[in-house]
Design a protein around this ligand. Structure first.
Ligand code: ADP
Ligand code: MG
Length: 250
């Protein structure tokens, strides 16, 4: 964890979170704090609850027990806080989820114009700024289907950034990409990390975890089984399930 992380109030706090889908308990006894600027990688076997956990952080899922506070917004209790938290938390999914009938530029300006009430001119200027940052300003007037997967995912990142979030969540952002496009998306994420963005990334890109993460969290069966700085996580995993998992993917 970096110095900045140790000094400050957590930007994300989960206490005793439990979630069920019907009779199936998907999250058990989740305690987690994340400091501003911290970069966290979440990994673990398929079905261990990684997606559900990060979806809880922007109100895409509700929980039955425990407390979730994100950037001072309590997500357990008041439904009206959902809009508030979505303005602070950007999310990028495995499937890019761009609107196919809108241009790249329109994909990026829609939410800021609708939810922030800013003018088209201002929204477009902001969108071009972030499209430039992900190095595809020249694609602004194309449609998603005209772009490669890697380009579409970079648009998805730019679109999230257009809301000027304080936290970015990534759910296996490179898993649906052809191998040659993984690097361009990871490089974009590394850039964000270097700028101090608070990030939670579900990914099995262990090179990324090693070089970018302040902390790696390992989940199994809906629980956080182990968490450690990458150096320690990869060289001295404690739990047998972590060892098995690392043995399978490294
Ligand atoms: P991961 O992202 O680690 O693969 P998920 O959070 O997607 O895991 O899912 C954890 C478990 O919860 C899985 O067993 C999955 O089948 C189940 N699950 C996820 N979403 C739902 C849902 N909407 N309804 C019922 N079960 C679900
Ligand atoms: Mg998942």
């Amino acid at each position: 964890m970096n110095d900045r992380a140790q000094d400050s109030e957590p930007i994300i706090r989960l206490e005793g979170v439990e979630k069920w889908f019907g009779k199936f308990q998907v999250l058990t006894d989740i305690d987690l704090t994340v400091a501003p600027g911290e970069r966290i990688v979440v990994c673990g076997p398929s079905g261990s609850g990684k997606s559900t956990l990060i979806r809880c952080l922007n109100g895409l899922e509700t929980v039955q027990k425990g407390r979730i506070v994100v950037d001072g917004i309590d997500l357990t209790g008041h439904k009206r806080n959902i809009d508030k938290v979505r303005a602070e938390v950007g999310m990028v999914f495995q499937q890019f989820n761009l609107f196919p009938h809108l241009t790249i530029l329109q994909n990026c300006t829609l939410a800021p114009m609708r939810t922030r009430g800013i003018s088209k001119e201002e929204a477009e200027a902001t969108a071009m700024k972030y499209l430039t940052r992900v190095r595809i300003p020249d694609q602004a007037h194309k449609y998603p289907s005209q772009l490669s997967g890697g380009q579409q995912q970079r648009v998805a990142i730019a679109r999230a950034l257009c809301m000027t979030p304080r936290i970015m969540l990534f759910d296996e952002p490179t898993s649906a990409l052809d191998p040659e496009m993984v690097k361009e998306v990871l490089d974009t994420m590394i850039g964000l990390a270097e700028e101090g963005m608070t990030m939670l990334c579900v990914t099995h890109e262990m090179g990324f975890a090693r070089s970018v993460a302040d902390r790696v969290i390992f989940m199994a069966d809906g629980r956080i089984v182990e968490q450690a700085p990458p150096q320690q996580f990869f060289t001295a995993p404690q739990d047998p399930r972590t060892k098995t998992f690392l043995g399978q993917i490294l």
